[in-house]
Design a protein around this ligand. Structure first.
Ligand code: RB5
Length: 146
């Protein structure tokens, strides 16, 4: 399992914390930036990670901005990407089990690093349940044709 990780300037410090957590946990990842506090545009980073997950190069993506909202809106423009904004662990687990989410987004101005680590753990350790959820995912894919 390989993770594509990125943030904008607002998410930089939380991203660094999550990168350290992934390293400690032995999870392979690539950090696509941002690498400084200089102001940048979150759609650029969402685009890089969404494209990398869409292509199959990475199993999952993690995107962090101030609220997590901009990253989720931008990433969800990519067909096949199901980006879930999570601020607690229940949603992170359901995002995988029910929605087969392949990108987790979080807001650095919304949650602290401890909770963010728990959210990442819940997301990465939960699997899609399939069954009744499968057809719903197929219906979401059909919406991408509209
Ligand atoms: C940057 O100031 C902020 O707008 C961005 O990080 C994010 O919260 C957008 O959704």
């Amino acid at each position: 399992m390989k993770i594509a990780l990125a943030s904008d300037h607002a998410g930089l410090h939380l991203k660094e914390n999550i990168a350290a957590y992934l390293k400690e946990s032995g999870v392979a990842f690539y950090d696509y930036g941002a690498y400084s506090d200089d102001s940048v545009d979150y759609p650029d980073f969402a685009s890089t990670v969404a494209g990398a997950v869409q292509s199959g190069e990475y199993a999952f993506g993690i995107l962090i901005c101030g609220t997590g909202i901009g990253m989720s809106i931008a990433a969800n423009k990519y067909p096949g990407i199901r980006a879930a904004l999570c601020s607690e662990t229940f949603s992170a687990r359901c995002a995988r089990e029910h929605n087969n989410a392949n990108i987790l987004t979080m807001g650095s101005r919304v949650i602290g690093a401890g909770l963010a680590r728990d959210i990442v753990e819940a997301f990465l350790h939960s699997g899609f349940e399939g069954g009744r959820h499968e057809n719903r995912i197929i219906k979401i894919s059909r919406l991408e044709q509209k």
